[in-house]
Design a protein around this ligand. Structure first.
Ligand SMILES: Nc1ncnc2c1ncn2[C@@H]1O[C@H](COP(=O)(O)OP(=O)(O)OP(=O)(O)O)[C@@H](O)[C@H]1O
Ligand SMILES: [Mg+2]
Length: 452
């Protein structure tokens, strides 16, 4: 990684030189200027992460320099150094966008800590700018955001198969966007001006599901006071989305199979066959092959609906989509809640990248919505304090990996935790595997605060 670059602006040679040595020892690349004019020239030519400027200088003082920076598109975090007597200037500089100020007799520690914070902030702004640019250049494909290879492949596939009449089976965990993809298929097809009709096979009791799908004639059963069109008829010419098809019972499955094979059916209680032209897109978050094995799903129906299988991977298998999705949802909810949070902190992005996302994109959407909802109207940065407590706390629990950068104690804790989990928290077994006695294991569980 390139060294962070710092520009030192001071007319007093001695101070400049001392500071330069201190900062270079910390691993920063340092350049110097003797006044505002010189600094401005350098800043216009190259990027400095941080500019540390004195106030009283000949030609152009620190405050004037800050004024020029604020008018330009120079991106640097300014730390304003001032004597106590000039504190008014520091306040003015902050108003103009300086990152912070230091009073003249600062300690090295104070200086380094302010620089570190400023660098963090620059990193966050830079990262967010990249994200914003990405999102701007990324025209969501029918509402689908994502730039991972897998999502790109699915988008391409959708374009290719949109106009075919072949049935599509969307497979993926809850919240991966199956309905979004089903709608995209419809929107890409020539059927787009005809209806897209969705029905959730899990939400209705089976008898109701049948009459919803096929409709009924007046008097077909008690309560059938007038004729009702089914979803098949309503979707005629368009697309029928059968959500959670794995939950459909076997009887309804055979009726569905018949419609798919013969392209006609009767309303419940009806005799006249009804012809339909529909494209079926089905979705499931259960493994249909397993359901077939257990006799809960018809194999022949499976082959009918699974002509074009599309598997949507869970979010944790395409982590590169997380930041851009987060940015997308942030923009969405800023609008909805009339907030103006324009940055996501590095800490939050790190938490997001580590998290498991069992609820996939929907969970991310919900997390961002609640964060935006609880933020104050003048909050500009989405930080960990906006996340639900359980979310931040579960972070560690969910990641069982031993990673670079962990301390020895963290590694030990993680290793013991993983072992205990493997043996279902049987401490005798775990102690054996770890080659320590039970008492030592108990002590470690306590001292390292290992929880189930
Ligand atoms: N790639 C994506 N880009 C933008 N929004 C997405 C994406 N994936 C999912 N979403 C959003 O996440 C939410 C959940 O998606 P959707 O309802 O399509 O999931 P699903 O797979 O049908 O889930 P379930 O199995 O629980 O019904 C929706 O609000 C959807 O708009
Ligand atoms: Mg769904």
């Amino acid at each position: 990684m390139a060294k962070p670059k710092i520009l030192l602006v001071d007319d007093e040679k001695k101070i400049k030189e001392t500071l330069k040595i201190v900062l270079e020892n910390e691993g920063y690349e340092v350049q110097t200027a003797s006044n505002g004019v010189e600094a401005l020239n350098l800043l216009e030519d190259e990027y400095f992460d941080v500019t540390l400027t004195d106030n009283r200088m000949p030609e152009m003082n620190g405050l004037e320099l800050m004024r020029e920076i604020s008018k330009s598109d120079i991106k640097t975090a300014v730390i304003f150094i001032t004597a106590y007597a000039d504190i008014k200037d520091a306040v003015e500089a902050i108003k103009l966008g300086a990152y912070n100020y230091l009073e003249k007799n600062f300690t090295t520690e104070e200086l380094l800590s302010v620089i570190k914070e400023a660098l963090e902030k620059q990193k966050m702004i830079e990262k967010n700018n990249i994200l914003k640019k990405k999102l701007k250049n990324h025209s969501p494909f029918h509402g689908i955001v994502g730039e991972s290879k897998k999502i790109k492949e699915i988008k391409n596939l959708i374009c290719k198969i949109a106009d075919s009449k072949a049935s599509v089976l969307l497979m993926g965990e809850s919240g991966t966007g199956k309905e979004l993809f089903a709608r995209a298929i419809h929107q890409c097809s020539q059927r787009r001006n005809k209806p897209f009709v969705a029905i959730n096979c899990a939400a209705l009791p089976q008898t109701l599901l049948e009459s919803e799908l096929f409709g009924y004639e007046k008097g077909a059963f008690t309560g059938a006071l007038k004729q009702k069109k089914g979803k098949f008829e309503l979707a005629n010419g368009g697309t029928l989305f059968l959500d959670e098809i794995g939950e459909m019972n076997l009887e309804t499955q055979s009726k569905l199979l018949r419609v798919l094979q013969e392209k006609e059916y009767e309303r419940v209680g009806g005799l006249k066959p009804i012809k339909v032209d529909i494209r079926v897109v089905a979705a499931t978050n259960v493994d249909l092959k397993e359901a077939i094995k257990q006799g809960r799903f018809r194999e022949d129906l499976y082959y009918r609906i699974n002509v074009i299988p599309i598997e949507i991977p869970p979010l944790r298998e395409r982590k590169e989509d997380i930041p851009i999705l987060a940015e997308y949802f942030l923009k969405m909810f800023n609008r909805e809640y009339d907030k103006s949070i324009d940055l996501i902190s590095m800490e939050v992005l790190d938490i997001f990248m580590e998290y498991e996302w069992r609820g996939n994109a929907r969970e991310l959407k919900n997390i961002i919505e609640s964060a935006v909802a609880v933020a104050s109207p003048d909050d500009k940065i989405l930080g960990p304090q906006h996340l639900q407590a359980h979310f931040v706390n579960t972070k560690r629990k969910n990641s069982n990996e031993i990673k670079d950068g962990m301390s020895l104690a963290e590694i030990e804790k993680q290793y013991i935790y993983n072992t205990l989990k493997k043996v279902n928290w049987n401490k005798s077994k775990a102690a054996k595997i770890l080659n320590i006695n039970r008492q030592t294991l108990y002590n470690k569980i306590k001292s390292l605060n290992i929880k189930k």
